[in-house]
Design a binder for this molecule. Structure first.
Ligand SMILES: C[S@@+](CC[C@H](N)C(=O)[O-])C[C@H]1O[C@@H](n2cnc3c(N)ncnc32)[C@H](O)[C@@H]1O
Length: 236
């Protein structure tokens, strides 16, 4: 079913189509949960994350959370954290909200359907985030579409600037060429240190869940690569 215009206009500001995919339809059960939860946990375009969470809590961000399985796992693994989940695809948000509702941790999550580039630059304070996760971002394999890849030099600097000193940026990709692309950009950000050493990848983190897109990669016999950066300076 399609969400009411009121719900869409009030809570979902990047709807319609993202990269050609239909983006406005959800199941009846999902629509009910969205109606219940979006007014409580959705970020408006004008909101500042720090005004929407308690003061002095630990903060994590997941960019492009897809169906929310990793985000839900994060809330279980880190009960002392609040999380901001950013995802432009409405059916993903709908699935994630159902999942978070079921695991009872939804009160510690804020969601945005705006592009991560906007959310991080405009809605998150500098030096305020303890961990950022980017899992299996869209590879945009054609060279002419590389500019659509989420990790770009400018956005890498924004990510670094939003981390607290000592904060961690973790990334995963099952596409070798994209993993190398992300590593090469992030290795050059002055305040970030690659925990595997420049040019390296870290081993698959122990106990890490397999996301939908990692699983898809595995079925196609692609081995995922993992990156982990620590913020060590405050120049960005
Ligand atoms: C390939 S999927 C990976 C989903 C999930 N992280 C996983 O590992 O299964 C990439 C996701 O990033 C989302 N995405 C793409 N560009 C985005 C942006 N600028 N801001 C937020 N999310 C974005 C897409 O809608 C999609 O759900």
């Amino acid at each position: 079913m399609r969400l009411t215009r009121e719900v869409r206009d009030t809570w979902l500001q990047h709807e319609q189509r993202s990269h050609g995919r239909k983006n406005g339809y959800v199941t009846k059960g999902q629509a009910e949960r969205l109606d219940k939860w979006l007014p409580k946990i959705s970020l408006h375009r004008e909101d500042r994350v720090q005004d929407k969470i308690p003061r002095d809590v630990l903060l994590g961000v997941e960019i492009g959370f897809g169906n929310g399985e990793f985000l839900a796992e994060l809330t279980q693994q880190y009960p002392e954290y609040y999380f901001v989940g950013v995802e432009i695809y409405l059916p993903g948000i709908a699935k994630a909200i159902s999942r978070l509702d079921a695991c009872d941790n939804i009160e510690r999550v804020r969601v945005s359907q705006l592009p991560a580039q906007y959310v991080l630059a405009q809605q998150v304070e500098p030096n305020s985030v303890d961990m950022i996760h980017v899992n299996h971002p869209d590879p945009w394999p054609k060279k002419k579409h590389h500019h659509r890849r989420i990790i770009q030099k400018e956005f890498a600097n924004v990510l670094a600037s939003r981390l607290k000193l000592g904060g961690i940026l973790s990334l995963a990709s099952d596409i070798d060429e994209l993993a190398i692309w992300m590593r090469d950009i992030l290795d050059e950000v002055p305040d970030l240190v690659n925990e595997a050493g420049k040019g390296g990848f870290v081993p698959r983190p122990e106990g890490r869940i397999v996301t939908k897109f990692e699983e898809r990669g595995m079925k196609a016999e692609r081995i995922s690569q993992f990156l982990r950066y620590r913020k060590v300076g405050a120049n960005t």
